[in-house]
Design a protein around this ligand. Structure first.
Ligand SMILES: [Zn+2]
Length: 424
């Protein structure tokens, strides 16, 4: 009988990079001395991974969805709202429409709202009291809305009612177009009656929230303390909870996700994976890497596949801090040592690349490796963008990378591509 192996996929968020002038044109990974990752590369296979298509930058949710085993088609349809909702535990109402929102600081004029701060000063206390003050809002037409606090200024809007549509525009203009103020929610197709009804309910709600929150004690206190009040919300990414079955569930693998990041945890919960998180997993520079690796090892006792997600690499890129990213890679390299043994398949990859020169996600392919103690060796001697160019995995997409890893684990015996919703 075929012996299966367990696997750990280490996702280093925003890992791949571009040349940094201060590093003589090397990327942070190329400039970092990472003996453990180099050892895995030397004893395994390397390659370059495109999340969706070569050259197309993607967001974290897209990159993670693909690595978590969703097809491209399902990944591209998945809205941010339901991911965020799942991240705060709202994952059992598949009729409701969910939006990903921010508390924001608004100022009302006659016929418009200026956005003074898109994140209400990154408010991190009092948001439960603000959402409780909103309660259940009856918007007419049988539509009921409620707000649910997430991390800091993030908040989830839930709308319930018959005949709601996700096919509407955002009220958040985005940072770049902040000067436009709060946008009016519009149906994407003016002849779509469900979208017209939903958009007009969203617009009513924006006004009600502003009225209710402007005089709230939390906001009066914030104004007294020279902090921007959280007197409104801006929303985007509406959608319903998806009915999808990722590849790992089709294969009946038990799967765990170790992360401190709410989008990643939300996705894991949506897909039915077991979540392991802790206050010390901060999704930031100060995350406890050793505790995460310890949790990974214990999760392997009763899971076939464990995803270990580390956010800090991406945060350093967005902060335009290449030295921080390189130092973080040294710490990660040191922390993963206890994972390496002669029976575990280990993959290292990322959801996307992030350029630390600009802080922007890029469409560059992701340096990636798969180490199988009983697998092939391709002659790559280190783990870096440059070395991965010549690796035996070649240049593949994220779905192909996941399949390659599962194949190394001997877990694809029952995989039938024809019957599967997992389409490459
Ligand atoms: Zn990311």
């Amino acid at each position: 009988m075929l012996t299966t192996q367990k696997g750990v996929m280490i996702i280093l968020d925003g890992l791949g990079d571009r040349g940094i002038p201060a590093f003589g044109g090397k990327t942070p990974l190329e400039a970092a001395d990472t003996p453990n990752m180099d050892g895995l590369a030397s004893a395994g296979q390397c390659g370059l991974v495109d999340p969706l298509f070569p050259g197309m930058p993607v967001g974290t949710h897209t990159g993670i969805c693909l690595l978590f085993g969703l097809s491209k088609q399902h990944t591209m349809k998945l809205a941010r709202g339901p991911i965020e909702a799942s991240g705060v535990g709202l994952n059992d109402n598949d009729q409701a429409l969910y939006f990903r929102c921010n508390f924001a600081t608004l100022k009302k004029h006659k016929d418009r709202y200026d956005i003074l701060d898109r994140r209400a000063g990154r408010i991190n206390t009092g948001t439960e009291s603000l959402t409780a003050a909103i309660g259940q809002v009856d918007l007419g037409d049988g539509i009921i809305a409620s707000l649910h606090p997430a991390t800091q200024h993030r908040v989830v809007l839930q709308m319930e009612g018959c005949g709601l549509s996700h096919d509407i525009s955002n009220t958040d203009p985005g940072n770049q177009f902040k000067a436009k103020g709060l946008l009016t929610c519009l149906p994407n197709d003016p002849s779509d009656s469900a979208a017209v009804k939903t958009a007009s309910a969203v617009n009513r709600l924006m006004e009600i929230i502003y009225e209710k929150l402007s005089e709230h004690p939390v906001n009066r206190q914030r104004i007294d303390n020279n902090l921007p009040p959280a007197n409104g919300i801006i929303c985007r990414g509406p959608g319903t909870l998806p009915k999808v079955k990722p590849l790992l569930n089709q294969l009946k693998l038990t799967t765990a996700v170790i992360s401190g990041e709410r989008t990643v945890l939300g996705l894991g919960r949506l897909l039915g994976y077991d979540l392991f998180t802790h206050d010390r997993f901060t999704a930031d520079h100060n995350t406890d890497l050793h505790a995460k690796v310890k949790t990974t090892i214990s999760a392997l006792d009763d899971h076939d596949m464990v995803y270990l997600h580390i956010k800090a690499t991406d945060i350093y890129s967005h902060d335009l801090n290449p030295t921080g990213k390189r130092e973080m890679l040294l710490k990660i390299d040191d922390a993963i040592a206890p994972l390496i043994n002669d029976s575990l398949v280990i993959a290292i990859t990322a959801d996307h690349c992030t350029d630390t020169n600009t802080g922007r996600h890029t469409g560059d392919p992701i340096p990636s490796l798969i180490y199988n103690p009983r697998g092939r060796v391709d002659g790559c001697l280190e783990f870096s963008e440059l070395a991965c160019n010549t690796g035996g995995l070649g240049r593949i997409n994220s779905s192909g990378f996941l399949l390659s890893m599962l194949d190394q684990m001997n877990q694809l015996e029952n995989f039938r591509p024809k019957d599967s919703v997992f389409i490459l």
